[in-house]
Design a protein around this ligand. Structure first.
Ligand code: ZN
Ligand code: ZN
Length: 314
């Protein structure tokens, strides 16, 4: 290969994650500062999605992951359903007066939240605290069969790209949001911190799933990078049941689930069990497996193959 383009590609692979992330954060900060948080966030998110989509075409991490897997509509539909559910929950919780529980915390912080800290330190604290809920929500989804059936939809794809970012069963999403936001509410984090945590989670989530050739170096010891998350999508559970962090790897490091070996993560990703191909079938599948299992009890039918994440034969 011509050395000049090779050098440019190397430089781009080192810079793309931090440059795209920081640009999104700066655009959001300008929007927040100008009193237009929604507009700022949307411009930042669009810029992030567009640049990652272009990079996926120009310098993919796995070329075969750019091929259609027949799951684009299902992934998009799960993204919209999950986002819709979470937004409906916030609207209903406001209507039901739950905000009267949240508000005193937001006003006074129950004395727990360090409101005198600089905003950047408060956001770092908010991310770390929310991450504890995200970490355990995600880890339990892998370790409890009942929760795994919902989470399996996210893992059932055989390629990683930006559209997988929001591919979650809405119950899986709801559980994670409630656990993360619950911690921030109890601590009495101000609304500004909620907004920042939500924005950064959206940015890192899309970066995490992108199919772009990137190098991360020390970043993978702070943030959940695509390099770490590709291990998490491995069929081999010694690699797959690791790296549960959504934004930060703090709790993976503390609870011993951090995994980052110096070799290429597997290209053949997915799960060792059946998942129906259609969106609506996938929505009811966790319940269907549950009822099938209940019915099968006493009939000597082995439904474990349907309902638990199988260890892949070595
Ligand atoms: Zn997972
Ligand atoms: Zn994922």
């Amino acid at each position: 290969m011509n050395p000049a383009p090779a050098r440019i590609r190397y430089l781009m692979s080192c810079l793309s994650w931090p440059v795209i992330f920081l640009t999104a954060v700066i655009i959001t900060a300008i929007g927040f500062g100008a009193g237009a948080p929604v507009l700022g966030f949307n411009i930042a998110y669009l810029m992030l999605a567009l640049s990652l989509y272009i990079l996926e075409q120009v310098m993919p991490h796995e070329r075969e992951w750019n091929e259609d897997d027949g799951q684009t509509f299902a992934s998009l539909a799960h993204t919209l359903t999950s986002k819709g559910t979470v937004q409906t929950l916030f609207i209903f919780s406001a209507a039901l007066g739950l905000s009267s529980f949240i508000s005193p915390a937001a006003e006074s912080g129950y004395g727990l939240w360090p409101r005198d800290w600089p905003l950047i330190a408060q956001v770092a604290l908010g991310l770390s605290a929310a991450e504890l809920g995200l970490y355990w929500g995600h880890r339990l989804a892998h370790e409890w069969p009942v929760l795994w059936r919902f989470h399996a939809i996210h893992h059932s794809v055989v390629r990683l790209w930006i559209l997988n970012t929001g591919r979650f069963h809405f119950i899986d999403s709801l559980k994670s949001i409630l656990m993360a936001m619950g911690i921030l509410m109890v601590l009495g984090a101000p609304m500004e911190v909620f907004h920042w945590v939500a924005a950064i989670t959206a940015f890192i989530g899309m970066l995490t799933h992108c199919n772009v050739e990137m190098r991360f170096g020390p970043l993978s010891y702070i943030f959940n990078t695509p390099g770490l998350h590709r291990w998490h999508h491995s069929r081999d559970l010694r690699e797959g049941n690791k790296n549960y962090g959504e934004n930060l790897v703090l709790w993976d490091l503390l609870f011993g689930t951090f995994f980052n070996e110096n070799r290429r993560p597997p290209v053949n990703i997915g799960i060792g069990e059946y998942m129906p191909p259609g969106f609506l079938q996938q929505l009811v599948w966790p319940f269907q497996v549950w009822f099938s299992r209940s019915r099968a009890q006493g009939e000597n039918v082995n439904y474990e193959a349907l309902s638990s994440r199988n260890q892949v034969a070595e």
